[in-house]
Design a protein around this ligand. Sequence first.
Ligand code: CO8
Length: 263
Amino acid sequence: MLRQGLLMARGLCQLMSNKLSDSLHRNIMKHLNGNTRSGYAWTSLQNIRAVTMSPWPFTPSQPRDYSLPNASWSSEMQRLYEHYNNMCEMETEGGKKIKGAWRRLPSYNRSLKYATGGQCLSKLLQGKARIFTRNIEEQGAGFEYVVFINKQEKTCVCVFQAGHLLEGPPGHVHGGAIATIIDSVTGTHATYLSGPVMTANLTINYRSPIPLGSVVLVHSSLDKTEGRKTFLSCQVTNTDGSKMHTEATGLFVSIGVGHLLGL
Ligand SMILES: CCCCCCCC(=O)SCCNC(=O)CCNC(=O)[C@H](O)C(C)(C)COP(=O)(O)OP(=O)(O)OC[C@H]1O[C@@H](n2cnc3c(N)ncnc32)[C@H](O)[C@@H]1OP(=O)(O)O
């Protein structure tokens, strides 16, 4: 009981710790308190940061980051990973490494593990729950993908290799699996842009089938934001962009944290 309480407290503190980005922090506090910089929300943010400065005596095990290369990745998947990954860090003429325009997003098999400290909470809440796209243990059998975000351009790209368990029409990817990767990529993108959101609408046009085992690019871009609504467009193409497989638009509505808890 005591251990669970400690885990919970630690999880809550770390969930909002200074390891989260400022924008994500502000978005979480906005949804908890209704405003951002002024008043209680900002003060609470500072206090939470102060709390998390104290060292914690236990070291949690590191969760597996599913967006890193594994043996099932084809040479094309590996090539595209390296292409975008190289743009995450640039080397200056003096040999100094600086941040590039792109950023790779790590990916875990539990929602809460996306946030620092969330893994402690995730042991207590819905312990058996797993992210739909990350619940097949056999490498390469299901969704192999990595997402990169370009903060300046407000765009996002996912390199996706569809495994044999995603079959729909013989030898090709199931339309539901394509919808899943589109929802995951655009949902992740919308969350990055607007904080916690849920998919309200996803409209998909399937233009040409995706062969099983092939690698495709899933591009997501911001169309507009209107109040709580974030509108995104998405295209799934082959890797040189010459063939359109799928086009989609998505509407994501910002939610308060309580929405998921039914409050
Ligand atoms: C792990 C990586 C990320 C994975 C991402 C995966 C994302 C998901 O799959 S989420 C799961 C699927 N989605 C759901 O289950 C959502 C279910 N729906 C809901 O919970 C609610 O309807 C929700 C949150 C979308 C909106 O409800 P609520 O917060 O009450 O907003 P509400 O007041 O109805 O609408 C807000 C605005 O959005 C508009 N809107 C809401 N739904 C829709 C819709 N389907 N179509 C068009 N507009 C809509 C409303 O008209 C309103 O517009 P305006 O502000 O201009 O009047």
